[in-house]
Write a protein that binds this ligand. Structure first.
Ligand SMILES: Cc1cc2nc3c(=O)[nH]c(=O)nc-3n(C[C@H](O)[C@H](O)[C@H](O)COP(=O)(O)O)c2cc1C
Length: 195
């Protein structure tokens, strides 16, 4: 059985349309093929890398203490066969809560490494899937920095491939938001079935 890590950054919980997209995806995942672990970011005590929290990390890294509990998110991320991230589109990207998580998983020696050729990814994940919903219409626009950032990170961490399903323009005036979300949910189900 493969390990699927679900990084849930659907901050509005039951009200979240991104969460509805994620439910569609997970409803179609083969339960016999994947063991799913959901990491609810709203329930984690994630801190920014600053002050003592930053200094303590630098000391641990210098000492090679990668088994320290504070690196548990990085180990979990690196060992997953598949990672699915669900987060809404905020301020042209994703919420700061997801950025905090990324800061915490981005650890030299666990999720990436360095050699004479440069930086290389160390994650075993075959694929990184990003599920998102956006108020405005940003698909294909250079202003869209959520999926772009996740795709770059998937390469940085060494994932085999990247896929994004987005419901775009949900809050645009006159938009049929139900139909847009339904279409995205259908795409999410197809992606999950094709894993
Ligand atoms: C704090 C905040 C920031 C947002 N920023 C943007 C934005 O920059 N561009 C945009 O098109 N929509 C923006 N939106 C609208 C959301 O992308 C949209 O409503 C989305 O579907 C919310 O997802 P959710 O239902 O999963 O919370 C923002 C919403 C919030 C609450």
């Amino acid at each position: 059985m493969k390990e699927l890590l679900f990084v849930d950054c659907c901050i509005r919980g039951g009200q979240s349309r991104t969460a509805a997209l994620a439910r569609a995806f997970f409803g179609a995942v083969d339960e016999k093929a994947y063991h799913v672990t959901r990491l609810d970011l709203t329930a984690q005590d994630l801190k920014p890398l600053a002050g003592n929290f930053f200094e303590a990390r630098q000391t641990l890294l210098a000492q090679g203490r990668l088994d320290h509990p504070r690196f548990r998110y990085a180990h979990q991320f690196a060992q997953a066969d598949l990672v699915v991230v669900a987060a809404p589109f905020w301020d042209l990207t994703y919420p700061a809560l997801l950025k905090l998580y990324i800061e915490n998983v981005s650890v030299d020696g666990i999720t990436f490494g360095c050699n004479a050729q440069g930086i290389y990814g160390k994650c075993r994940g075959e694929k990184l899937v990003f599920l998102t919903t956006r108020g405005g219409c940003y698909e294909g626009s250079p202003l869209e920095q959520g999926s772009r950032s996740m795709e770059a990170l998937s390469q940085f961490f060494g994932f085999g491939s990247y896929a994004c399903v987005a419901a775009d323009g949900l809050d645009a005036e006159g938009a049929d938001s139900r139909a847009i979300l339904d279409e995205a949910c259908a795409k999410a189900r197809d992606l999950a079935k094709a894993l």
